[in-house]
Design a protein around this ligand. Structure first.
Ligand code: DGY
Length: 324
C-alpha cells in the first residue's frame, strides 16, 4: 500500500509504517503543498498521513477516488472538510489525548509569563533598558486564588485547570457545549453561561475547536465585557480571536494581558503590533512540541493508518458514520 506523508514526522511513526512493509512518500520540505500539488500526491497513493497544516477540502476528496483513509497528526481538524470526507467515504482520524499535558503546560507557561510580563522584561534587557532594581517598576499581578475561566473544557482544558488549581488554588469556571461532570467532581469546576465566563474570569483560557460557530468568538464586544484586569490565553486556534480587536482592547486597557500560542494567520508577521505590547506573550504554535508528545502523536497517527490498511476502523476516527 502506498502512503503519502505531507510533512516529515518523527521517525518512530515512519518506522512503524515501514516495519509493516508499506511504501512511503514524504513531502520533506518546510513549504506546504499547493492545493493542486496536494491533489496530485493524493491521486498517487492509497492513504495520506497529514503532518502539517494542509487543508483538505471537498475538491481534494472529489479528486482522489483511490484514497482510502486520511490520518491527521493533530487533535484539531478544522483544516479538513469532514462532511466532504464522509460524503466520499473517507474515514479521517486525529490524535486526541496524547498532547493534552504538553499543550496545557504551554497555557500555564503563557498565563504565568503574561502575569509577570516575562517576555517584555526579557526584551528590555536585550535592548539595554534594564537600569537596575526599581521598587515600582516591572510589576505583574498574582494568580493565587484567582478565577480561571475555561472556554471549551475538554481534555486540554481539564489538564490546564488541574494544574492551575494545584499551583494557585484557582477557582475554575467553564463554558462548554455540554457539562463536564468529571471536572465538576474532581476540580470543583462550575458550569456558567458565556456572559458569566466573560465577566467573572481573571484568566480566560480558550480550548475550543475552531468552527463556524466559534470563529472570532472573542472580539471587541466580548473584550468589553471582560474585567480590565483579565488575562486572555489562547492555545487552541488563532481564528477564535479577532486579533485587531484584541490589540485595541489591550491598548485602551480593557484587558490586562494576553498569551497566544496560536495566531491568525500563522506564521504571524514579525511586525505585528501585538508583539510589541508590554503585557503580551506570543509563541509559535508549540503546544504539542515536546519530543515525547510528538513521538506519541506520530505513533498514534501511524497506528490509525495501519488499522485502516488492515480493513479495520481507525481507533480515533472523527467521522465514524462513514463506516457501514
Ligand atoms: C493540534 O494537534 O491540533 C495542534 O494544534 C497541532 O496542530
Amino acid at each position: 500500500m502506498k502512503i503519502f506523508i505531507t510533512k516529515r514526522i518523527p521517525q518512530k511513526g515512519i518506522d512503524l509504517l515501514k516495519a509493516a512493509g508499506h511504501e512511503i512518500a514524504i513531502h520533506d520540505s518546510p513549504t506546504p503543498l499547493s492545493p493542486a500539488e496536494l491533489i496530485q500526491s493524493g491521486q498517487q497513493c492509497d492513504y495520506v498521513l497529514n503532518g502539517g497544516m494542509q487543508k483538505f477540502d471537498a475538491d481534494f476528496f472529489r479528486s482522489c477516488p483511490n484514497l482510502k483513509a486520511l490520518s491527521l497528526m493533530s487533535v484539531g481538524y478544522d483544516n479538513v472538510d469532514i462532511r466532504a470526507a464522509t460524503q466520499y467515504g473517507i474515514p479521517v482520524s486525529n490524535t486526541p489525548g496524547v498532547l493534552s499535558g504538553a499543550t496545557a503546560d504551554v497555557a500555564f507557561l503563557l498565563m504565568l509569563a503574561v502575569s509577570r510580563k516575562a517576555f517584555f522584561n526579557h526584551k528590555q534587557i536585550l535592548q539595554g533598558k534594564w537600569k537596575g532594581f526599581d521598587p515600582t517598576a516591572h510589576l505583574g499581578i498574582e494568580l493565587n486564588n484567582k478565577t480561571l475561566g475555561i472556554y471549551g473544557l475538554g481534555r486540554i482544558g481539564f489538564e490546564f485547570a488541574r494544574k492551575a488549581r494545584a499551583a494557585y488554588n484557582m477557582e475554575i469556571i467553564y463554558y462548554n457545549r455540554r457539562r463536564n461532570l468529571e471536572a465538576e467532581q474532581v476540580l470543583g469546576a462550575r458550569y456558567v453561561n458565556f456572559d458569566d465566563l466573560l465577566t467573572r474570569s481573571d484568566v480566560l483560557s480558550i480550548h475550543a475547536a475552531l468552527t463556524a460557530e466559534t470563529a472570532n468568538r472573542f472580539n471587541q464586544d466580548t473584550f468589553k465585557r471582560m474585567k480590565n484586569s483579565a488575562i486572555l490565553i489562547n492555545t487552541a486556534r488563532g481564528g477564535l480571536v479577532k486579533e485587531d480587536d484584541l490589540a485595541r482592547a489591550l491598548c485602551v486597557g480593557e484587558l490586562w494581558g494576553a498569551g497566544l500560542d496560536v495566531t491568525n494567520p500563522e506564521p504571524m508577521a514579525a511586525d505585528d503590533p501585538l508583539l510589541n505590547l508590554e503585557n503580551v506573550c506570543i509563541l509559535p504554535h508549540i503546544g504539542s512540541a515536546t519530543v515525547e508528545t510528538r513521538d506519541n502523536m506520530a505513533l498514534m497517527a501511524a497506528s490509525n493508518l495501519l488499522a485502516a490498511i488492515k480493513g479495520e476502523r481507525m481507533p480515533q476516527t472523527i467521522n465514524p458514520e462513514v463506516y457501514p
